[in-house]
Design a protein around this ligand. Sequence first.
Ligand code: 13P
Length: 248
Amino acid sequence: MALIAANWKMNKTLNEGITFINELNKNIDDVSGNEILICPPFTLLNEISKIKHENLKIGAQNMYYEESGAFTGEISPLMVKEFCEYVIVGHSERRNLFKEPNQWINKKVLCVVNHGLKPILCIGETEEEKKKKKTNEVLETQLKACLKNVSENQIKQVVFAYEPVWAIGTGKNATPQEAQDAHAFIRGLLTDMYSQTTARPLKILYGGSVTPENAAELIQQKDVDGFLVGGASLNVDSFVEIIKKSKK
Ligand code: 13P
């Protein structure tokens, strides 16, 4: 079963979110057979959790690693846990625009799993790093730093997202072969760090300009277990099309 996740980023007011979910609920039979996750802005979590079909899951786009306190503008695991099953951590927009270091992302991964939630840990190289053929080096550095002290038992709760920065919001997706190579490399690292039995069933999502046009070919790749969709998840029709084409 593929996991298809919508990352709405900083989009949709409350009413827009409600309209989307009501429409998606109507299409729920069409999208059965996949795990579907919606990650809306925090302001929509409460309402969406009330109106969504039971087969839809909810995730947060970010979270701080302390339970409470003087952290203006942040949101805690206890707050997220009231509505969500998943939390995206280490998205490249958090890394690059908000300067989140691997060390913080590592703390977030541990905090998310320690609260019984599932992190979606994003890693990926920039265009410049790709040009310098440093993709694998970057993936290894990010993965190892973000998984420091994550036990074999805890890793089973973690979902991975390979999101090459050059593919995000650019309309320039990784080719199926590029995605497969990166995903196989990530699974190989996880095998070395943990074990083959543990690494094999872990989900590695691809993110970066996924559309109804390229989803089918990408999902056919052996190590692509689903998608983290940005732009194309903002429209119900295109999101449903992607899900329909992503049977695994
Ligand atoms: P796009 O699908 O808009 O390229 O965004 C991908 C992404 O960043 C998902 O987290």
